[in-house]
Design a protein around this ligand. Sequence first.
Ligand SMILES: [Zn+2]
Length: 451
Amino acid sequence: MASTSETFTSIARVYRGTFVHSTQNAAVEILEDTILGVDTEGRIAFISTAAELGTLSKTWGFRISDVRHLGPRFFMPGLVDTHIHASQYSYSGTALDMPLLQWLNTYTFPTEVNYKDLDFAHDVYTKVVKRTLRNGTTAACYFATIYTDSSLLLGEIADKYGQRALVGKVCMDRNQAVPVYQESVDHSCKETKRFIGELLKRKYARVRPIVTPRFALSCSASLLGHLGEIAKNNDLHIQSHISETKDEVDLVKQLFPDSESYADVYHKHNLLTNKTVMAHACHLTDSELKLFKDTGTSIAHCPNSNISLCSGMLDVQRVLKHSVKLGLGTDVAGGYSPSMLDAIRRTLDTSKILSIQDPKHKALTFEEVFRLATLGGSEALSLHKQTGNFEVGKDFDALLINPVVSDSPFDVFPSEGPKVILEKFLNLGDDRNIEEVYVAGKKVIPFQQSE
Ligand SMILES: [Zn+2]
């Protein structure tokens, strides 16, 4: 029996039923007829077999009649989206007909200019936060835009709906294609500091700022250097993009001739740390992966985007062999789906395509990908002390899955055990199966706000 009864807090809720999660030792651990207690702070107070119910009820002072039985439902940890552009959500599902650099100039930059307008931002940001929460994303690592006030608004909306979020005001001082959408180095640094100061001052429980240079092609060495310093001085998270396409890698080489590699451009400016997450990384060399491992930098794998923009295919097995932390991301809107279930499916597809191309490549299993979408994501964002699985002391970030809901998109048969049902949900399920979503013990789906 695991519990934290030494430091006494009172119990808010107790559940009895099936819990599915990942641990360091098991990609999928299924705990049947298990009791889990959530304290008034939203943390997991205990998790134990049902045989301990009487003892637990005495130790923690809850009534056995108050225990909620899950029946055919099960709890799994909330999904962690390690890379999503909230500001691109308005055109998700469209504009997938160009490679990255043209795509940015044609669709992305002209759209992001609109976020000067707070009403426009309020509408899109509310919709993306609600849509991702409804699809089980309990933690999201967001890119906003270069505009500080609307980026603060994204933080406010994530907090209002109860999503755990890292929010980044985007920084960029190079943009030949859409010159109106860039900043001077001074302005970018000043506004980044204002963004961080303002967001921290608001003391949101689970929304934090993240330093966000867009990527090396959009930033001068001077800007990268200042942002590295700001992150270091404030001990902040960092996010950016790396080696998404080969064209981009070639251009970075031309723009930063003094750097040994793309990763070295960021490393030189103190931007690779154990709180850094870099999206894509499709074309990293072995020595760059080693640098990621040595600095603790993690990768956000965004397979829908990589396929949709024909960018490349990340070999996740190779990344894991280098002991680099890795989570999954939707990369809305280069990735067309805001659902992490889609990221799980596209990760499996990409791994299988790599096996078709090279039979020696060992495809990832659904269990391994489940871990990447939950515990792996929490590690990639350095949030693993707070979330990622059902360990005592962590926040209760969880999805209540109903595999037999009346309009379920899949069918369950009597002979099927919980692992098969989990696999069906991951491959065939959707938000209809996600009955309730909890972040730090608070029920955030169904929505509590009347909007
Ligand atoms: Zn991205």
